[in-house]
Ligand binder design. Structure first.
Ligand code: PGA
Length: 252
């Protein structure tokens, strides 16, 4: 059976004290009501990572970053490398989020480089893909996602694919209140799994977790997660409220 995952992407929210306090309350919640079937991952800003690694050391909740540098080390002012992230105790990194693609012009080639660096540093990668509204309206969504995966991910070996979680996030659904319907999510997740099967074979495709992201909330999570190819969610806004985030985890 594939692993079920709910990852919270805090984006650029919460200062250090707020973040550590919030992480502590999430950790406490899952210590008291363990979610055996679901892997919970928190992805805060870089500055929270080391402190949170300490808070989450009981292993009920995993830790990830939201981005990493495209170089291993050196004179890259302001950047944080995958290896540095790993050294904090984090196990995951999100790569290719649509906000990185659009605001920071990260293209497929760069994202491929980051993905390889992250894997080589021992981090698992939550690799994001998804189309913008115009592309969906022009019925190009399958083509776009295919390109993002082929160019961003498919240079990996089958062994390296064990380090990957894919997150399908239709950009038109991120932070907008619009959600892909459960059928739209299932259709794309199934397509992604087929692409992985074509490239890496059935075993790899069957064990690959594919998460949905985009305005996921307690009221729609159960229905989206009930689809056979949806293995959990990457949660933005609703990950900032304990009741919402824990309810989404419980929806699985
Ligand atoms: P949202 O964000 O849940 O606020 O739509 C999801 C994401 O950007 O990962």
């Amino acid at each position: 059976m594939r692993k079920k995952i709910v990852a919270g992407n805090w984006k650029m929210n919460m200062d250090l004290a707020e973040g550590l306090k919030f992480a502590g309350s999430i950790e406490k919640y899952f210590k008291e009501s363990p979610s055996e079937k679901v892997l919970v991952i928190l992805c805060p800003p870089f500055i929270h990572l080391a402190g949170m690694a300490d808070i989450l050391k009981h292993g009920k909740v995993a830790l990830g970053a939201q981005n990493c540098a495209a170089e291993a080390s050196g004179a890259y002012t302001g950047e944080v490398s995958a290896w540095m992230i790993k050294s904090t105790g984090a196990q995951y990194v999100i790569i290719g989020h649509s906000e990185r693609r659009s605001y920071y012009h990260e293209d497929d080639k760069l994202l491929n480089k980051k993905t390889l660096l992250a894997i080589n540093s021992g981090l698992k990668v939550i690799f994001c893909c998804g189309e913008v509204l115009k592309e969906r309206e022009a019925a190009q969504h399958f083509l776009i996602v295919r390109r993002q995966l082929e160019e961003g991910l498919f240079s990996l070996t089958a062994e390296q694919m064990d380090m990957i979680v894919i997150a399908y996030e239709p950009v038109w659904a991120i932070g907008t209140g619009l959600t892909a319907s459960p059928d739209q999510a299932q259709e794309m997740h199934k397509y992604i799994r087929e692409l992985v099967k074509e490239k890496y074979g059935n075993d790899c495709a069957k064990k690959l977790p594919i998460l949905y992201g985009g305005s996921c909330k307690p009221s729609n999570a159960a229905e989206i997660f009930s689809k056979p190819d949806v293995d959990g969610g990457l949660i933005g806004g609703a990950a900032l409220k304990k009741e919402d985030f824990t309810a989404i985890v419980e929806a699985i």
